[in-house]
Ligand binder design. Structure first.
Ligand SMILES: NC(=O)c1ccc[n+]([C@@H]2O[C@H](COP(=O)([O-])OP(=O)(O)OC[C@H]3O[C@@H](n4cnc5c(N)ncnc54)[C@H](O)[C@@H]3O)[C@@H](O)[C@H]2O)c1
Length: 456
């Protein structure tokens, strides 16, 4: 049972019940209203709300009660407090400083959906404060951050789910892909190609006034202090409503200061499935080769020279030499998805489809009963939050555990380092170090800005 104050917990739950509107607002999303003990409905808080934070919060109303939200942008916070109040029938408390959430004893778990440069600091502090953690992918900004998170999970015994929901959701399509491989339907796997799309470059982005309500210094947090940059044009569609070109909301993905470009954004999803399918969840490549790539700005000694333009790789093809002579290709070319090729056949899978002869052959020759459950390690959970909550109850690590996540993310981080330095890297998957390259090894960690160190 996670740390909790039953009295406070009961008060919160009674508040939800007396709000009276819950079953009216969410008749189907509230199957657990008959819960009998606090553990059936843990108390959650979400940190970072604007885009994915709202997605994972609203997906979780059926399983948890949200007592609090935190965001460094007061406009985002206000909008999401109202949305969560409508969704669950009770207003969550609102904080600009996530540490207020960590101080509260009635909160069992936090969901973290800030930009990547904040993930490790908040995750570590949350675990130290006795919270179980659901943190968005990519979990880390550097390989050393991953090692630190693993250490703290071990020390604190907290349950930790990474937000790689392709493992649980998307109609179990990726689980079917792995089941096909495990059942020998393409023979011995020889090559896996992860298509993760190209990244846009940017014009020069000017320094402008910080939008009202945004605490820019706090948003930067562990990253270096720099001016807020933005152009007036707004982003449309997914993640939209904010400047198309900026160094803040949504666009942080395009900057190595806050993220790792497509390699870690989409790589965290597809390379994850590739490594799981290969059984390469506690090992890594021996070599990373940047076959072909384009950085959008000039680099010197592995660091971008201009500070006012997107700097993450726009186009790339990376080859990782995986155990058992498997070639893993990560590329911006071709369709988004994963192509598995083996000695007996090939098939393609992405979020919309799974195609190829081995898939067609399932009509005549289905997989054995329970093949998907065997991959998942039991009955597939209703969604990725439900799986997290099953872990909170059983005290077993959920399906997206930090260890396997960090191993595959090492491939993505190494790919970025190889492109930044413009050379092939040899990797020791046991020591988790780059071989004979001190400069490249210096990119395995990053110093946090003074005042934003990780409190251990
Ligand atoms: N699993 C998925 O499929 C998926 C999809 C989208 C995004 N993500 C991940 O979710 C994370 C957020 O992405 P996004 O698109 O929502 O970004 P976003 O920029 O739209 O939103 C991030 C929010 O975090 C807030 N924030 C920043 N620092 C904070 C802090 N210290 N405390 C509290 N709030 C803080 C920002 O103000 C903003 O509201 C990223 O790591 C991204 O990779 C995952």
């Amino acid at each position: 049972m996670p740390s909790s104050h039953p009295t406070l917990r009961r008060t919160f739950l009674q508040g939800v019940a007396t709000a009276g509107a819950v079953s009216v607002l969410l008749p189907s999303a509230r199957p657990a209203l008959g819960y009998t003990s606090p553990i059936d409905r843990p108390v959650f808080a979400t940190i970072g709300l604007r885009n994915q934070g709202w997605t994972i919060t609203s997906k979780s109303f059926g399983f948890a009660d949200f007592a609090a939200l935190a965001d460094v942008d007061s406009t985002v916070l206000g909008v999401n407090v109202a949305k969560v109040e409508k969704g669950q029938g009770k207003k969550p408390d609102a904080y600009s400083d996530y540490r207020k959430i960590l101080d509260r004893k009635d909160i069992d778990a936090v969901m973290i959906a800030t930009p990547d440069h904040w993930h490790t600091k908040i995750s570590v502090e949350a675990m130290k404060a006795g919270k179980d953690v659901y943190c968005e992918k990519p979990l880390t900004l550097t390989i050393d951050e991953g090692k630190l998170i693993e250490k703290v999970v071990k020390e604190t015994g907290r349950v930790f789910q990474v937000g790689t929901m392709q493992r649980t959701e998307i109609d179990q399509r990726f689980l079917l892909a792995i089941a096909l491989i495990r059942n020998g339907r393409i023979g011995t796997v020889k090559k896996v190609t992860c298509g993760i799309d190209s990244m846009e470059s940017s014009p020069v982005i000017p320094s402008v006034g910080v939008p009202e309500g945004l605490d820019w210094d706090f948003w930067l947090g562990p990253a270096a202090k720099v001016p807020y940059l933005a152009l007036p044009e707004l982003r449309k569609g997914y993640g939209g409503g904010v400047p198309l070109f900026s160094n803040c909301h949504y666009s942080f993905r395009n900057w190595h200061e806050y993220s790792g470009g497509k390699l870690t954004d989409w790589g965290a999803h597809h390379v994850d499935i590739a490594c799981w399918a290969l059984g390469a969840t506690d090992t890594g490549p021996s070599k990373i080769t940047p076959v072909d790539y384009k950085l959008p700005v000039e680099y010197k000694d592995g660091n971008p020279v201009p500070s006012n333009q997107y700097n993450a790789a726009t186009n790339f093809t990376i080859r990782a030499a995986m155990p058992n002579d498997v070639e893993l290709i990560i590329t911006s070319e071709g369709d988004n998805g994963i192509l598995f090729e083996g000695t007996k056949g090939r098939f393609f899978v992405n979020r919309g489809k799974i195609t190829g002869k081995p898939v067609e052959e399932l009509k005549e020759s289905p997989l054995p009963d329970g093949a998907i459950e065997k991959v998942y390690g039991g009955k597939v959970s209703a969604n990725h939050t439900a799986n997290f909550i099953e872990g909170i109850k059983s005290r077993k690590q959920p399906i997206s555990d930090v260890w396997s996540h960090n191993r595959m993310l090492e491939i993505c981080h190494l790919s970025n380092i190889a492109m930044r330095l413009g050379r092939e890297l040899k990797w020791d998957p046991i020591k988790r170090e780059i071989i004979d390259d001190a400069q490249a090894n210096s990119f395995l960690k990053r110093e946090n800005r003074k005042g934003f160190e990780i409190n251990m």
